[in-house]
Design a protein around this ligand. Structure first.
Ligand SMILES: N[C@@H](CCC(=O)N[C@@H](CS)C(=O)NCC(=O)O)C(=O)O
Length: 217
């Protein structure tokens, strides 16, 4: 059975879980507690040696023991293997890749970093760092907001891994990030809500192991 290393607060792990469920594949979670993550479990040399040299979750472990990291690569591999959610032709596949890069570079990375600082970090966010991250998030969110105008899905006319990747962090409670999408990003909010009806969707705190932790700041 496939194993997915990660934890409930990890939207990157959720992206993969969402696809595993949409594909109806048997899988089991290999939980890392959030406390262990926050204390530096992914920086531990033996964890890096045995699980991920990049020091990140998610990690998808195949039955052979082979371990794969980077949610975008895992999503692409599973979509290819099962012939679903990966686009209908070469042009769509390239378009999906474009959005996966955009997500990993700008959309998820700034938002996940900001959410971690606001909700889970040991110290309150530095106001200058917060302002910088929020301006980067706004800029990335407005790109997708504009793209989604008049569209149901990010690429083509059907659900793809581009939707799963970009939406991975948007299902967490708004108080964890302070971003209420409806207020400034109506297309993003409507798309996120449509995805809740997609095959395999579930609340991340139900789908992945671990407890919800109240925002700290
Ligand atoms: N681009 C990576 C990002 C993965 C990532 O940043 N994972 C976080 C948890 S959600 C992590 O393990 N961070 C550890 C660290 O940055 O030290 C992916 O999509 O898989």
């Amino acid at each position: 059975m496939l194993k997915l290393h990660g934890f409930a607060q990890s939207g990157n792990t959720f992206k993969v879980a969402f696809l595993l469920r949409a594909l109806e594949l048997p899988w089991q979670a290999v939980p890392m507690s959030f406390a262990a993550f926050a204390a530096g479990a992914t920086r531990d040399p033996s964890w890096r040696e045995g699980v991920s040299a990049m020091g990140e979750v998610p990690v998808l472990e195949e039955e052979s023991g082979r371990k794969l990291t980077q949610s975008g690569v895992i999503l692409t591999m599973l979509a290819e293997q099962h012939g679903k959610f990966g686009g209908t032709d070469a042009a769509e596949k390239r378009e999906i890749l474009r959005w996966l890069f955009f997500d990993n570079h700008k959309f998820t990375s700034y938002f996940a970093t900001w959410r971690f600082m606001k909700s889970f970090a040991a110290k309150a966010p530095d106001p200058a760092v917060a302002a910088f991250l929020k301006s980067r998030i706004d800029s990335a969110f407005f790109v997708v907001e504009k793209h989604l105008a008049g569209r149901q899905y990010v690429v083509g006319d059907a659900l793809t891994i581009a939707d799963l990747s970009l939406s991975g962090y948007l299902f967490f409670p708004a108080d964890e990030s302070g971003y209420v999408l409806e207020e400034r990003f109506p297309n993003l909010a409507a798309w996120r809500d449509r995805l809740k009806a997609a095959p395999g969707w579930g609340d991340p705190y139900q789908v992945l192991p671990g407890e919800r932790i109240a925002p700290k700041w």
